[in-house]
Design a protein around this ligand. Structure first.
Ligand SMILES: [Zn+2]
Length: 469
């Protein structure tokens, strides 16, 4: 499909870049806003030449913003005044209440997001990585969860039923455990906790002690018997209490009771962590689309002017290191600016091309490729891939979707498939579904129907029957 050329109002001149600049820009592009804030916090802690200028500033030009929602100077450079979409890098609100802005509210109930059952939600996350037989195994496991999200039957039973080895079943179970909510489908509360602990990895202080407490001290943990737990772990009572509290506050023995589903980012790279969307798209009263690319800091980065001054009088043994600090600080700032500019230009293009999808939903998606968009932007395809990776977008309906969904070439067909299944008088086989899709102009093979069905977290016909009763 050809791209309308009037979309691109500006093409910044191609400046020659150093390898270090390119590499760092690419790595920053791949980060979502949570990861970006962690990266910047780490740089601030390590580099004295870098400074956070606090307050509400335009993250693009640094101008101080008072009551304005965004810097019109910078937004107008992306899209001329009066046209749409308005795209800008959005600094956080002073008081966190985003919904309290006058004139527009984020819907409290996120009504655009359909409620979903846990089995379907999990199946959809892992579907793309499953072979047909593994899909059957996953469906079997996910329809055998108890109300806590734990597996109520032994894995050996699943293996026998599908005539496969226990190893194969365990491999699928392992993928399920690592989907969101973390630990779902585990055979016991102990196993669920251990999966979550492992995912935290080095972020968990006293990792070994926590693991031991979970493996052998569940009785003491549940009864808050810190002295006994300490005795078992060979640590003080206070230490044991600290470990128990870390486990209670950060891990959940009952995966299904953890937060999961539509309020979280689907397919997030960091499952188990609640995330706000990285990009928010709204529709203004005048009908224009407004795209906010979230900036994660309460302030903007700059090179510390005092440090620059101090460098001139630096003692000889420090001068070399300080120069490196200064260079790295200014490189990071440049690369961040480039990252932001790339995401802004990408969103400007996507908001125009996928306007109908943004406003009217999945059936209206247009099949664009990353390569096509990259061509139009005058960048390499890998730049677009990085910019899209791991990001989530909140649509005007309140629904949060991965940015990669804007490039989903089968979404309109899957939407049609979902509608057919929702309205089916009795569970229809994949062959029958393929025929009904063909009637609507979507010619796909039976195997493809099975694949799309699994991607949507919908069980095969015989299991849909089982669920209906
Ligand atoms: Zn600005």
């Amino acid at each position: 499909m050809a791209l309308p050329s009037q979309v691109f109002t500006q093409r910044p001149s191609q400046r020659p870049q150093t390898t270090a600049h390119l590499a760092q820009t690419m790595s920053l592009l791949g980060l979502n806003s949570l990861e970006l804030s962690q990266k910047i916090e780490a740089a601030l802690a390590a580099n004295p030449a870098l400074e956070l200028l606090e307050g509400r500033h335009c993250p693009t030009c640094g101008r101080s913003l008072r009551k304005e929602r965004y810097c019109s100077n910078c937004a107008n450079k992306v899209t001329p005044t009066g046209e749409e979409p308005v795209v800008f890098i959005s600094p956080p609100e002073d008081n966190f209440g985003r919904g309290s802005r006058s004139g527009e509210e984020i819907p409290e109930d996120y009504s655009g997001a359909e409620p979903e059952n846990l089995a379907g939600y999990v199946l959809r996350q892992i579907a793309a990585d499953l072979e047909p037989i593994e899909q059957e195994i996953a469906a079997h496991i996910l329809t055998s969860l108890d109300e806590d999200g734990l597996l109520a039957i032994p894995l050996s039973e699943v293996a026998r039923f599908h005539h496969v080895s226990i190893d194969e079943v365990e491999a699928v179970a392992d993928m399920i455990h690592h989907a969101d909510p973390l630990g779902v489908g585990a055979s016991s509360t102990t196993e669920a906790l251990l999966v979550q602990l492992e995912t935290l990895g080095e972020q968990a202080p006293n990792f070994e002690l926590c693991a031991l407490a979970i493996r052998e001290g569940m009785g003491h943990l549940s009864k808050k018997q810190y002295a006994e737990l300490g005795h078992m772990l060979k640590v003080s009572r206070a230490k044991a209490q600290q470990i128990a509290e870390f486990i209670t506050h950060n891990l959940s023995p009952y995966p299904s009771r953890a937060h999961w589903g539509s309020l979280r980012t689907p397919n997030a790279d960091t499952p188990g962590v609640y995330q706000r969307a990285d990009i928010i798209v709204r529709r203004q009263d005048d009908g224009r689309l407004v795209v906010e690319v979230m900036w994660p800091l309460r302030g903007i980065l700059r090179v510390n002017p005092l440090f620059q001054q101090a460098l001139k009088e630096a003692p000889e043994e420090k001068a070399e290191q300080w120069k490196v600090d200064l260079e790295q600080a200014s490189l990071l700032i440049k690369c961040l600016a480039q990252r932001n500019q790339t995401i802004v230009r990408l969103m400007q293009v996507l908001a125009v091309l996928q306007r109908q999808f943004i406003l009217s939903g999945d059936a209206h998606i247009k099949p664009f490729t990353r390569a096509g968009i990259a061509d139009e932007l005058g960048v390499h395809e890998s730049t677009v891939s990085r910019a899209v990776a791991g990001k989530s977008v909140q649509l005007p309906s309140g629904k949060i979707v991965p940015l990669s969904q804007f490039f989903d070439r089968s979404l309109h067909i899957r939407t049609a498939l979902k509608k057919i299944i929702k309205d089916e008088p009795r569970p229809l086989s994949d062959t029958k579904l393929a025929k009904l899709l063909a009637k609507q102009g979507h010619r796909v093979a039976r195997r493809t129907v099975a694949k799309y069905r699994t991607m949507e977290g919908i069980l095969p016909a015989h299991l849909r029957k089982a669920q209906a009763v």
